[in-house]
Design a protein around this ligand. Structure first.
Ligand code: 5RP
Length: 224
């Protein structure tokens, strides 16, 4: 019987958990991303909650799930070191550059990724792409800048679509950008960041993952 996408997400989370158990220093703070794949990881993390100091979390949803398991969650401002950050992705390429933010948590995800020493990305193989950009690039904007940012994005060659009704954990809005022809993800990430009113964007190219754990029908592939 074919393995479902959920089973593959679970498999990737299990492999990351095995790696974290091996590599995370005792009583360290672990960084936790957002999404359905990470949810499986959080559920596993509960098994070793006494061996970790606490977590820092990239969303209110992940924070709630961590707390349900009795895992303390710290404010990132109280933490100087995050040895490992575990998160999913919407797309990942062979250089471990990613598109993230399908769940709208991109800004806090990018902040924790910046602090972390090692970013472990956990995905099922459907997320692997030759070139980033089939998945629309989420851009978090200050609400009053939405139309202006949209017009600037059109000048860069993208088709902006407002994710209407969604408010991020930071009180901002999301624009999903379709049809970007992404030849240089780092350059586009910088261009989007330089539009006034943009908080952050879902291209994780300047700071990609260090390790990708990809689950497919045949098992796990670990890419560094
Ligand atoms: C949330 C994210 C997620 O990592 C991404 O959307 C993947 O989610 P899932 O594991 O549910 O497929 O970036 O902002």
């Amino acid at each position: 019987m074919a393995t479902s996408q959920e089973q593959l997400k679970q498999r990737a989370a299990q492999a990351a958990f095995d790696l974290v158990k091996e590599q995370l220093p005792k009583q360290a703070v672990i960084g936790i991303g957002t999404g359905s794949t990470v949810n499986y990881f959080i559920d596993l993390l509960a098994e070793i909650k006494d061996d970790i100091d606490a977590a820092v979390s990239s969303s209110e949803a992940s924070t709630a799930r961590l707390k349900q398991h009795g895992i303390p969650v710290l404010d990132l401002n109280a933490v100087s070191e995050v040895p490992i950050y575990v998160d999913g992705a919407d797309e990942i390429d062979e250089h471990l550059r990613m598109v993230k933010g399908g769940g709208g948590a991109l800004t806090r995800e990018k902040i924790i990724a910046a602090v972390a020493d090692t970013f472990i990305c956990i995905v099922d193989s459907s997320k692997q792409v030759g070139r980033l950009g089939s998945f629309p690039i989420p851009v978090e904007v200050v609400p009053m800048a939405r139309s202006y940012v949209g017009r600037e994005i059109v000048k860069l060659g993208g088709d902006p679509v407002w994710r209407e009704g969604v408010v991020t954990d930071n009180g901002n809005w999301i624009i999903d950008v379709h049809n970007f022809d992404i030849l240089d993800p780092i350059h586009l990430e910088q261009q989007l960041n330089s539009i006034v009113g943009v908080v952050t964007n879902g291209l994780f190219a300047q700071r990609g993952a260090n390790i990708a754990i990809v689950a497919d029908e045949n098992g796990i592939q670990t890419i560094k």
